[in-house]
Write a protein that binds this ligand. Structure first.
Ligand code: ADP
Ligand code: ZN
Length: 437
């Protein structure tokens, strides 16, 4: 660790653009050479006649074929390995949110680098040695558990591996040990708001929370605001995926305006998911990542299916590592209703600005007599629920109107009582498509 209070890894975090590009080219060369040792890339390179030794500038990245999730599934479990079995010390398996999960492997050096990147992320956002860090994330196969654990220990925080679930016990631990930093997925942090109320705990006075790292699934700026107000904390967006080690790929700095991708470890591109051509900075597209430093399993130009954009311009924090905008969702989260493309997060954005709306919602797509309908089921707050029907109807109409003006589709809005929709301690299911296609 450096003596400069602002940085965890001063040389990496203060690289210039030219410095980043120079480093990336040399990393890319060694990464390609290593990748060529795996069964998958060896066969792929031969098939398309790509010589991994031929890359001489960063622009040559465009000649490397994309890798998609299906490739990883088909090569399950060892097809991407570049190191002999004896060099491997860890395996994780992705959550499998969108289908068959995939296995990822780590060498000792991979774990070292991963821990260091996560320590860097958390330090950047304001966590410090001596803080008490509670990791309310699934342990075991999910990368958010051990990944953050090692990063937090590396940073020097007292680390509590409290895991997912056990809501009441989590709050008790927070109280007993004055937890001030947490890592948690947004659905669970939402759920805890209700638990805290139920336990009659005052989140601002009975707890000592200061910072939350929140990620692993999409959430809107409005939800962040709700968290920050309710808990009186700062919330920083954390992005990662198992294929790229796990969390620690991109993280928000104190400016809370986009997530810096650690370009000394990952190469970032944004492409048009249809034409596969690069899109200019500022424009939304699919995030494509290359793990430049992974030893066990470097994955090249991985199509994440996550939609975001590069935020143009420089960040006020001074780091030049490119920033991505918060993830809008996965390409496969998008649904089409009455000819309009919609992401669940757009619905959330609208709902969460309405004070009478509670913390849970679900979108149900139905088809009756060949007509598609979008039903948005929304929990209202306790205080509204006890009001008269007129007030409820007023809220219902306002939600429908606001959604219509954002999405250009008129949904059916159903208000339901607080705590009546299914709760999730894991990644939430926000969309139920009942249409028979
Ligand atoms: P799975 O793809 O099976 O869920 P992972 O556990 O590896 O497996 O999850 C990685 C995925 O989680 C990412 O590709 C992305 O879709 C989602 N994700 C991770 N962090 C964020 C974030 N901060 N915002 C939105 N989505 C995120
Ligand atoms: Zn910044």
């Amino acid at each position: 660790m450096t003596d400069n209070a602002q940085y965890w890894d001063r040389p990496a975090e203060t690289l210039t653009r030219a410095g980043i590009e120079k480093l990336q080219l040399s990393l890319l060369k060694s990464c390609l050479a290593r990748a060529g040792r795996s069964m998958f890339y060896n066969a792929k390179f031969k098939k398309i006649g790509f010589d991994p030794g031929s890359a001489s500038s960063l622009d040559d990245v465009g000649r490397i074929p994309f890798t998609v999730k299906q490739d990883l599934r088909e090569s399950y479990p060892y097809g991407f390995l570049c190191e002999p079995r004896e060099q491997l010390v860890r395996m994780h398996i992705s959550s499998g949110t969108t289908g068959q999960a995939i296995a990822v492997f780590y060498t000792k050096a991979d774990l070292e680098l991963w821990a260091d990147l996560l320590a860097r992320c958390m330090y950047m956002a304001g966590a410090r040695p001596g803080d008490t860090f509670q990791n309310l994330s699934g342990y075991g196969l999910f990368t958010g558990g051990l990944g953050f654990q090692y990063g937090a220990e590396r940073l020097g925080m007292l680390t509590i591996p409290s895991g997912a679930g056990n809501s009441k016990r989590q709050i008790q631990i927070m109280r007993d040990f004055s937890t001030n930093v947490i890592h948690i997925i947004p659905s669970f942090l939402l759920l805890l708001m209700d638990v805290i109320k139920e336990m009659k705990v005052d989140p601002q006075n009975d707890l000592s929370l200061r910072i939350a790292f929140v990620g692993a699934e999409p959430y809107s700026q409005e939800v962040r605001r709700r968290f920050e107000d309710f808990y009186a904390i700062k919330v920083y967006n954390s992005y990662g995926l198992s294929e790229m080690n796990g969390p620690g790929v991109a993280f928000e700095c104190p400016c809370q305006n986009g997530l810096h991708v650690w370009e000394d470890a990952y190469l970032v591109e944004i492409i048009d998911p249809k034409s596969l051509a690069p899109v200019p900075d500022g424009q939304y597209g699919e995030l494509v990542l290359t793990a430049l430093r992974r030893e066990a399993m470097p994955i090249l130009r991985y199509r994440t299916r996550d939609l975001t954009r590069i935020l143009p311009g420089e960040c006020e924090c001074g780091r030049v590592h490119k920033r991505i905008d918060r993830i809008q969702g996965r390409t496969d989260d998008m649904f089409i209703i009455k000819g309009v493309n919609v992401f669940p997060i757009q619905v959330e954005q609208v709902l969460m600005t309405i004070p009478e709306v509670g913390n849970n919602y679900v979108i149900v797509l139905k088809r009756e007599n060949n007509v598609d309908d979008m039903v948005v089921r929304v929990e209202v707050t306790e205080s509204v629920f006890v009001e008269d029907m007129r007030k409820l109807e007023h809220v219902r109409k306002r939600i429908a109107r606001d959604l219509k003006s954002e999405l250009l589709v008129t949904p059916k809005v159903e208000l339901v009582e607080p705590n009546s929709l299914p709760k999730s301690e894991g990644k939430a299911l926000r969309l139920i498509d009942q249409r028979v296609i």
